[in-house]
Design a protein around this ligand. Sequence first.
Ligand SMILES: [Zn+2]
Length: 589
Amino acid sequence: MIDLERPGNDDRYLLYWNAELPTSGVADPLGLTLRVGARLSDELSYCITSITPRARYYSFFPWAFKRAWDALGQNTELPQVMSHVLSDERAMALGAVLHHGGQPCEGGALQGSNGAQSIASDLGRDPIDLRAWKHLEDKEGGFAAYKGSLINLGVFLSEEQEDRNDDKGDFDEKQTDQLSAGRLSPLGMELARSFSKAVAETAYLQARPDRDALPFELLNEFGGRAGLCELQKADGCDLEPLRSLFFATEIQGEDNSHYRRRMSLLLFMYAAKVADANGLVLSREVIDHLTFYRRLKSPSDEQSEIVITIPEELDDIAERWRVFHFHNYLTVSLESLLAGIARSVRGHPAGLTIEEIVQDFDSADARVSLADKLPLNPTESFWDLTPASTLARMGIETDALLEIGQDGSEKLRSCKMIEHQLRSFLVDEGMVTGPAGPAIAGILLFTLAIRFRYATHKRHQGWNRRKVLDQTNDVSLPGLLDGLESQFGSDWWQRSNRTVLKRVLSRHVIRQHEAMSYERGVGGSPSLFHLEGTRIVGNDINRDDVDLGNARFPSIIQILRDLRLITDQESRQKLTNDGAALLASCIGS
Ligand SMILES: [Zn+2]
């Protein structure tokens, strides 16, 4: 199920990863984010989602479940167990806020912290009956967000394991977010025991939140041990077991998502190291540039680039993140074309044909605006050029590549950060709403196409292809390129931009948006336009917000912070001693 939300300025997007997507018209208008995009990021940061940023919940919940089973007995029904777990979660949320003098834990609040802050400031509510405090809307509280990740990490016994009465807790990569009986696996038990060391001897353990109101002082003491940021001090308790969990130290083999998560965490640690060494803040952009171009922008001079050599051990995972970024750039390109169409058809109650829309994209204003940014002439039409001649203007000589195949691919692999520049025009400078937006989106698509075809290993192209489960509805770069080749032949680079992009507009933007609008489910939003024969009739809605970016980035960084592997110093991120030692032991540098 999808939970797409954009809370205030928090710059976080809530995307559930673990189920198939009803797409909604405006939230994910071409299905790029929640289909292939979500599958790529699922694998890269398996079980670390945009809504599960705090490491400590991964030991806290097992502990709370164990405590509930111990107290209630093995024959208890799951809802009763859940209500016990929920009380402990409330005690933790409120306790941590009390412990921090009314503020939430450092580095991001516990779920329910807002309510906890108002309770903490009201001494009239001391002692408090936790049963009567509804800290979150969801009846499963904060567990709702972490549940899928905990299940897929193997913290609970699966249904089959229960049936077999087998508690081997073998690793199983079948994703689900359905909790069967809520019984802990050996891994879950181990996490529970490690957390219990952290809270041993707190008075809370003797208290009865299911029966009594509890004094603030008692919760304060509990929060001081059980809170999220308190994990960092939990040496000898759950810190090491959680590191093992996230780095999947118990899981063998390199062809599974847990291994992929381990390598992603190491890649992000490596990124922290090189960013710091070069005076850069570890940002989404750093990860993007590091994996897409193996270069970073110099902090002192925007024009100069720093070449980064990625250690061999991280080469494969860096290439997979590069594919992820290819897909993100593709999303920006196609959604910008979509935004252009939605703007173009406004004020035309009878709609426009694709032909007319492309004419509109080729206005005098569009030509001037394009020539202002890129080496194109204001008197010529971008739509009359070919992809090959357009790329040549951008400094990418395609002839050699197209004639003799892979030669020159290394040069192409790292040449100028064009995609970054084009995205920046569209997103940062807002050109997506201007007349040149569609042409810039087209150029972005061509640069992606050539780099993907000629400077990306077949193995990683294949990985992207394997994330396409539904040929009709899943848009991917390899699928789009296959389509162009099958329609126009492998020399489609020599057709006119008009011809090539009309196919892209028709097939991957207009029909795709229609298909996604029909499919949309829960909380769906209206489509931007609809088709009437060959005419595209607008619904008077714009949709210019095209850059979802790397939604899991903040969670991955926060998990590394919680595990005390990176730390913030002078607004930059540095590896801690533990982090440096771990990275060195894994990549031998
Ligand atoms: Zn704290």
